[in-house]
Design a protein around this ligand. Structure first.
Ligand code: GLN
Length: 487
């Protein structure tokens, strides 16, 4: 699994020097992806052979000085299937989009390709990224690489499995409420949710715009650092994207009075598995060994994070999914002439919408559209969506205040290790309740990294979350590197 210690930088320098090695490596990646698809249903589609040939031809024909300029030369990568790549379908794991091909490629993927990366395939997910188990895909559930009777986490389960099984060293996910960090934790890999706005969302199929971020999966912090540097930065196609600030929050400095925050309200959080609680204590021990102080911080409003997240996410999702109506986007289900009771055309149009959306969307998607629509309806908007935004501001302010006193806030990534297939499927409340540690970073737009941190008695990986102030990705990477020798 994540035994391969070679970093992307080392790999890339070998691939640049040796065309044969590049071709072999990419072949192995494709075979790895075929196996991960067969064994774990991790991929929805794989790159077409002709396209891959062209791409390898493009890369190998470059003169050495051009190759040297590409930081990801020849590095295979996987892309979550709610991010557009024009060389393959973008399905969002939904029937409504199962034949959809975008006419353009997402900015982040474009940047990675321009840096030399080779896309191997598109990975499986919860339909429209709604969930945390990767079971609601119209293409069937993804399974965990450590135990096939368990889920890999979600919604970016396929990307986490793609990296954990070694088919690719790098994969893109998305993270609206935890969907990169939680599957990273369940599959024993690193998963970064960057600061909101730092990666362009152009070409990401929107779920909840005010929280969506593209996330990165990798096998070590330096691989994430390298890929992140390639993708980050302003994009004229995404008005919420930002350029890099001149001054960064300082990186991690072990033994220099660096202070790590532990959230008071997390103490005694319900449903935390004992092995996860023990792992967290070990994390605090490791920080102490690195010469860091631990400080308790209070985030009183954070106990409402899940409620605020759910209201915000569902409200925004319900409006985003309006475009899948069989006219703008989505597979149209024509109302057959036999079904049409002769009537005005408008009636026929409504039937087409109902048939298209009724058959195209899965259960969880329909539930979220209905609840989100309700929360935005006239007369309810103030009581729900607007109030949620006020509470969200309080949560953000409390976090800002905490980060004036601590360099990082740490917690487990998720209260448990990977659960069994079917264990919480169809229980929307259970799906949301597990996200208590991950939601605040999305509500406040902050960066957070899940690091692999030991395993439970059944050998299932445990992940710990490092959350930092805005733009502190480099601090997260340096901290993760300092901790890497510890568990
Ligand atoms: N588990 C959360 C949800 O179900 C988060 C999903 C995500 O980050 N895409 O909405």
């Amino acid at each position: 699994m994540v035994g391969d210690r070679q970093t992307l930088r080392e790999l890339v320098s070998q691939l640049r020097a040796d065309e044969g090695r590049l071709r072999d490596y990419i072949n192995d990646a494709v075979i790895g992806a075929i196996i991960a698809k067969a064994d774990h249903n991790a991929y929805i589609s794989l790159v077409e052979a002709n396209r891959l040939d062209d791409r390898l031809g493009e890369l190998t024909s470059l003169p050495p000085e051009e190759k040297a300029k590409l930081p990801l030369y020849g590095a295979p990568m996987a892309v979550k299937d709610n991010i557009c790549w024009k060389e393959a379908p973008t399905t969002c794991a939904s029937n409504i989009l199962k034949d959809y091909r975008s006419t353009y490629t997402a900015t982040v993927v474009e940047r990675l390709e321009a840096a030399g990366a080779v896309v191997i395939g598109k990975t499986n997910l919860d339909e429209f990224a709604f969930g945390n188990s990767s079971e609601s895909s119209a293409f069937g559930p993804v399974t965990n690489p450590y135990d096939k009777t368990r889920i890999p986490g979600g919604s970016s389960g396929g990307s986490a499995v793609a990296v954990a099984t070694g088919s690719v060293p790098l994969a893109l996910g998305t993270d609206t409420g935890g969907s990169t960090r939680q599957p990273a934790a369940f599959c024993g890999v690193y998963g970064l949710k960057p600061t909101y706005g730092r990666l362009s969302r152009h070409g990401l199929v929107a779920f909840a715009n005010s929280m969506d971020q593209i996330g990165l999966f990798g096998k070590n912090p330096d691989d994430l650092r390298l890929a992140f540097a390639v993708c980050a930065g302003e994009d004229p196609a995404d008005s919420t994207s930002v350029s890099l600030p001149d001054t960064f929050p300082k990186p991690f400095e072990p033994g220099r009075g660096f202070t790590v925050g532990v959230v008071r309200e997390h103490r005694g959080a319900k449903g935390v598995q004992p092995a996860v609680a023990d792992a967290f204590e070990r994390l605090l021990g490791a920080f102490a060994e690195l010469g860091c102080r631990t400080l308790e911080v209070s985030l009183p409003t954070s106990v409402h994070s899940i409620a605020v997240y759910v209201l915000t996410a569902l409200a925004e999702a319900s409006t985003n999914l309006e475009r899948f109506d069989g006219v703008n986007y989505g597979n149209r289900v024509e109302v057959m002439p036999d079904d049409v009771v002769f009537g005005p055309d408008a009636d026929r149009l409504m039937k087409m919408y109902a048939a298209t959306r009724g058959l195209g969307f899965g259960e969880e998607v329909k539930r979220r559209i209905m609840l989100g629509t309700f929360a935005l309806a006239e007369g309810y908007y103030d009581a729900y969506y607007l109030r949620a935004q006020r509470v969200r501001t309080k949560i953000r302010r409390e976090l800002d205040e905490a980060f004036s006193r601590v360099g990082l806030i740490v917690s487990p990534t998720f209260p448990t290790t990977a659960f069994k297939l079917g264990e919480i499927a169809g229980d929307p409340l259970a799906t949301f309740l597990g996200d208590l540690f991950t939601n605040p970073a999305n509500l406040a737009g902050l960066p957070a990294l899940s690091i692999p941190w030991g395993s439970d008695g059944d050998g299932l990986p445990i992940g710990m979350q490092l959350m930092g102030p805005a733009f502190s990705e480099e601090r997260l990477f340096t901290t993760a590197e300092a901790l890497a020798s510890k568990p």
